[in-house]
Design a protein around this ligand. Structure first.
Ligand code: SIN
Length: 277
């Protein structure tokens, strides 16, 4: 790793702040390797004091894979790869204020998401992350064994109900397309680390494959609570110019809606992932 780069963990199970990298500049191979290794080791990495144009953020994201153009929310004009993550002072609700992984209703859920915060409250509006390798590892061998052969059904079918109180509105075209539906393993093997993680998410997991929603609910509720146990988490305090890059394959996140009367605004890009196995 280049000497100017430092990687400092912020909690026991996930999250590290990286210093010494300017994301507005093309990354040389050695810097890219260091960033990628920190991402794989810590599941979510943070950078401070960045100053990124949309094109620079997109160029950074493309080092990790193809970017998704969202048809869930209206993207930024002229830069459709960028989602505007925002809460205006008069809004009461936000996007992402429950534990989830991005886009698990797709056949190829997001590999990672990169959020660059441009404006944020003086306090409040933090984001939490939870390590899903740790969640899987902490289950009993009997539960691990049972879950390993199970699959779950995902959907974004409730998207239309999510506009109330939010500044970030659902894409008008989303009403005219069928919902996205997918079936994924409940225990997922990470394509780059080979490690197993728990993969169920409250907003999108509908039921276990082969079971009804009613039959699935008790076990899903247990897994949701287990997945977000405090010791598996870290909490990031945003400042203007902070960037977070999280691995949706093995981490869930939760944006806190604990502020009002002030604006929070940022740009998010989403790197497309593989088909979970
Ligand atoms: C999200 O992408 O789920 C939102 C994260 C945040 O606003 O901190």
């Amino acid at each position: 790793m280049p000497e100017r780069i430092t990687v400092k963990p912020i909690a026991g199970f996930c999250g590290a702040e990286i210093d010494g990298v300017d994301l507005s500049q093309p990354l040389d191979d050695e810097t890219f390797e260091a960033v990628q290794q920190a991402f794989l080791d810590h599941l979510v990495i943070f950078f401070r004091d960045q100053n990124l144009t949309p094109d620079q953020q997109i160029a950074f994201g493309r080092r990790f894979g193809e970017l998704r153009i969202s048809d869930q929310y209206q993207p930024l004009d002229a830069h459709p790869e960028i989602l505007e993550i925002g809460k205006e002072p008069d809004a009461t609700d936000i996007v992402g204020n429950l534990w989830h992984c991005d886009e698990s209703f797709l056949e190829r859920p997001a590999l990672g998401s990169i959020l660059y915060i441009i404006e944020c409250p003086e306090f409040g509006g933090d984001t939490m992350f939870a390590n899903q390798y740790a969640a899987y590892n902490a289950l009993s061998p009997g539960m691990q064994d049972m879950l390993s052969s199970m699959r779950a059904v995902y959907s974004d079918g409730t998207l239309q109900q999510r506009n109330k109180g939010r500044s970030m509105k659902v894409h008008p075209d989303a009403a005219n397309r069928p919902s996205y539906d997918a079936v994924h393993p409940v225990v997922r093997i990470h394509a780059q680390t080979g490690r197993k993680s728990l993969f169920v998410h409250r907003p999108y997991t509908v039921r276990f494959d082969g079971m009804t929603a009613d039959e699935s609910r008790p076990l899903l509720e247990f897994l949701y609570a287990h997945a977000s146990r405090p010791e598996f988490t870290c909490r990031f305090r945003w400042e203007k110019g902070s960037v977070a890059f999280w691995d949706n394959r093995c981490a869930q996140h939760y944006a806190l809606n604990d502020y009002s009367g002030v604006r929070r605004y940022g740009h998010r890009i989403t790197v497309i992932g593989d088909v979970p196995h």
